[in-house]
Design a protein around this ligand. Structure first.
Ligand code: MSP
Length: 471
């Protein structure tokens, strides 16, 4: 048994969760359930990013004290994760006292690589990111993600000397000491790394009050990303506790929009702290709606609670893990969601379970030998490479193959003709195939898998209600 550490990006709590936020959790949950099946001891972090001007201003707009505002929204994220059937082990909020204290210690430990200087440049509050002059020009002064003009900043800040680590980061990424997935993002990151200046890591208190104070300087507050990235280790107790049982992380799940922070600034911080680097960073794509980026101004934001209300958590997991690609951008539309639910979940799987269990019961069939089921090598290879959608497809093909086998072997004919031995043999094969497919489905659809195992355990009893009722 080995220890396995999985992390997820911590969302800003400046609003409600939207469907885009589901991906980090779902991918991490699949990974966690799979690793647990392999008998590894998993630690799975989730949390919320609660500092910065973006959140502060949102709270001010709603006229609620900031702490109250972030408390309320953090709770919504916690509820949302639970509603997805996701089981994490640790939840961290960047406003937790433990985190704030530890982040200050992290800062002090990096002191050799920090200096004070004047920043004259651009900032995007939507991204909470400093923008280079080159980018400013390329984007004509407007953030393409947020469609808002960059702000001009002219202030004294602390800087983190990224230049101390650039060569080592390049080497770590190229040698796959840190494996960036999908691999085609590696080049992009190396290019960005070449263009990255030292990073401003604080703001004057006159400009930012809602953040962790810089230790030893009453006039400065830490830049949100410094604070936020540290969560992956402060949650384990760093630097107060020895974290070597679980750090380095085996995998960190993030969206492609924030890969740059995780593949450049974060490794540099770890190097400054003399800590090992994460083994893998998986960057997933964006969820689009009818081909467009979700945005409040377009008014196309999909509320995940509405998706959950429609057909429940297993249906949401099904769609977001099989019809949303693990790595590339993918489209959510209600039509696609309904089609997948009716044609695949309800027909391919729900009907199969109902049909097969009914045939078994009618013919008083019970499994004579229960095979030992393991993940197949092909499936394991896909899961180990974090190709979760492909692994899910593989499991689903097994489900479809059983449907085909039923049509080919026609057990109802065998029953009608009184060919009991042959019928029992066919049912034995079909039930075992279904149980084998179900093992492969279990990281993706844990509740459904449990139901299927229960139905076919001992005396076979068809479900009273269809697994996926049509409406
Ligand atoms: N607070 C930072 C992360 C700090 S991690 C140390 C942040 N927050 S976020 O709320 O903007 O995004 C949280 C996660 O949700 C990120 O992984 C981001 O990529 C993901 N997504 C946000 N919108 C998304 C889609 N439309 N589609 C898929 N994932 C998206 O960035």
């Amino acid at each position: 048994m080995s220890k396995y550490y999985i992390t997820t990006a911590i969302p800003y709590v400046n609003g409600n969760p939207h469907v885009g936020h589901a991906l980090d959790y779902l991918l991490a949950d699949v990974c966690s359930r799979y690793q647990k099946s392999l008998k590894n001891e998993v630690r799975f972090q989730a949390g919320t990013d609660e500092h910065g001007n973006k959140i502060y201003q949102k709270a001010k707009e709603t006229d609620v004290p900031v702490q109250e505002y972030v408390d309320k929204n953090a709770k919504k994220f916690q509820d949302f994760i639970a509603d997805l059937g996701v089981e994490y082990t640790d939840f961290i909020r960047t406003t937790d006292e433990d985190h704030e204290r530890r982040v200050q210690q992290v800062w002090e430990k990096m002191a050799d690589h920090i200096y004070l200087a004047k920043y004259d440049g651009w900032y995007c509050m939507g991204c909470e990111r400093y923008v280079t002059d080159k980018e400013y020009k390329e984007n004509n002064g407007i953030c393409p993600d947020h469609q808002k003009p960059y702000e001009k900043l002219s202030e004294e800040n602390y800087y983190f000397r990224l230049s101390d680590f650039k060569d080592k980061i390049r080497e770590a990424i190229s040698s796959h000491e840190i494996l960036i997935l999908p691999e085609y993002r590696e080049k992009e990151i190396l290019k960005l790394l070449d263009d990255s200046p030292d990073v401003s890591i604080s703001r004057p208190k006159s400009q930012l009050t809602w953040g962790v104070p810089v230790p030893g300087d009453d006039n400065q507050v830490m830049y949100v990303w410094m604070d936020a990235l540290s969560n992956y280790i402060t949650v384990l107790g760093y630097p107060e506790n020895d974290i070597s049982d679980f750090w380095p992380a085996d995998v960190q799940f993030v969206g492609k929009d924030i890969l740059r922070f995780h593949a450049i600034l974060w490794p540099a911080m770890l190097m400054a702290l003399d800590l090992p680097l994460p083994k893998t960073i998986v960057s997933h794509g964006m969820i689009l709606v009818n081909g467009q980026k979700m945005s409040k101004s377009i008014g196309n934001v999909v509320d995940p609670l509405e998706v959950l209300d429609k057909h429940g958590d297993e249906a949401m997991r099904y769609f977001f893990l099989r019809h949303i690609d693990t790595f590339a951008d993918s489209d959510f539309t209600w039509d696609k969601f309904e089609d997948a639910y009716n044609n695949e979940l309800a027909n391919d799987l729900g009907n199969l379970v109902q049909r097969l269990a009914t045939m078994c019961k009618k013919n008083e069939f019970e499994l004579s030998s229960k095979e030992q089921f393991d993940f197949s090598d092909e499936y394991k290879a896909l899961m180990n490479e974090f190709k979760f959608k492909d692994a899910f497809d593989y499991a689903w093909e097994k489900v479809q193959a059983i449907n085909k086998r039923i049509d080919d072997t026609k057990p109802w004919m065998l029953a009608k003709e009184g060919k009991t031995d042959e019928l029992n043999k066919v049912l034995e094969e079909l039930v075992n195939s279904l149980l084998k497919a179900t093992i492969h489905l279990s990281p993706f659809l844990p509740k459904t898998s449990e139901k299927i195992f229960a139905i076919f355990d001992g005396e076979i009893e068809p479900p009273k209600e269809p697994l996926f009722p049509k409406n």
